[in-house]
Design a protein around this ligand. Structure first.
Ligand code: ZN
Length: 176
């Protein structure tokens, strides 16, 4: 299997907040792919003494380890456990209830001999190419279904839709 990875920062003034990894587990069957796109907080206010790259590195590392080592866990449970683990590493120092606590979009794919599992959260996209060359996009379109203007830079509006039922979800500090 050949795996190629590339990321680039969204703007040259900011550190790269993306995180990507592929792994081929030692069993020799299947593999996993993890991609995170860190969410840049407005004015740097996120209640966290760390940084978005700090967060994506920890969440991404936990996702690779758990998706590769726990084939018994569905990917949604893998993500919940990875979020819990990451939250535990800064619960004592940071305000994890802050609506802009470090967070990321998520793509996880895990494949074996016969089955591909995938999980897509927020506005990153997974493209699956079948053996006949057909490409299918896997999308979480909840962000696109918000009423126009509800994601303006207005943080009060933001807090009513971000990681709320009826709004949209990112991987932040709440495993549920
Ligand atoms: Zn923190």
């Amino acid at each position: 299997m050949r795996i190629e990875l590339a990321t680039a920062p969204g703007s040259p003034e900011r550190p790269n907040e993306d995180w990507a990894s592929g792994a081929l587990p030692a069993s020799g069957q299947g593999g996993v792919l993890v991609l995170l796109d860190g969410v840049t907080p407005p004015r740097g206010d996120d209640g966290c003494v760390h940084s978005v790259p700090w967060f994506t590195a920890r969440l991404g590392g936990a996702l690779v380890e758990l998706s590769g080592s726990r084939p018994d866990l569905p990917l949604a449970e893998v993500l919940a456990e990875a979020i819990s683990r990451t939250a535990d590493t800064h619960r004592a120092t940071c305000d994890l209830s802050h609506v802009r606590t470090p967070q990321a979009t998520v793509v996880v794919a895990r494949w074996g001999e016969r089955v591909i599992e995938h999980l897509v959260l927020s506005d990153s996209v997974l493209l699956l190419e079948s053996s006949d060359g057909t490409v299918r996009a896997v999308l979480d379109d909840r962000l696109d279904r918000l009423p126009p203007g509800s994601l303006a830079s207005n943080e009060i509006a933001d807090a009513t839709v971000r990681n709320k039922e009826g709004g949209f979800f990112t991987a932040a500090a709440d495993p549920s």
